[in-house]
Write a protein that binds this ligand. Sequence first.
Ligand code: AMP
Length: 186
Amino acid sequence: MGVGEAVIFLGPPGAGKGTQAARLSAELGFKKLSTGDILRDNVARGTPLGRQVKPIMDRGDLVPDELILALIREELAERVIFDGFPRTLPQAEALDRLLEETGTRLLGVVLVDVPEEELVRRMLKRAELEGRSDDNEETIRRRLEVYREKTEPLIQYYEKKGVLQRVDGLGTPDEVYARIRAALGI
Ligand code: AMP
């Protein structure tokens, strides 16, 4: 046991986690496990889960931990990059247990740091390009509030464990990507 490896991408909505996680997972041969993407796919297909979470996502609130943890257990792979998970302390604690049980080593937690004005600008631009229904100004404000309240405490949680890598998320995608690889040393 103990052959698995995992990386976590942490950071506010709009920081570019998804883009960077996609590139890193493709280049390293890791599975990208994005809870937001899985939920959006369920909403698009109109599954029972999708119908349940759509109003929550449209408000910018978080989906209950139990639902998210069930998804994670289903989708876990040996080499995985988590994008947008964990987002609450109970999720982080559950992930610790899961990694322990499966003998998976946490290579690092990347915090993609971007100032708030820039986050809003990026999300409004993404709204034009991708038409995500939660990329409107009101929901964006709510998502940032939820991030500060529920997810920001994870920064300290992982800092205490000595696994947090802060990366400046401003600049071109290539620049940010190079910083991430350097920070993780992979
Ligand atoms: P994202 O694409 O990561 O910004 O996620 C979009 C939305 O999906 C969030 O605003 C939440 O409603 C929901 N969501 C995604 N990941 C999680 C998670 N780990 N815990 C709770 N809700 C989540």
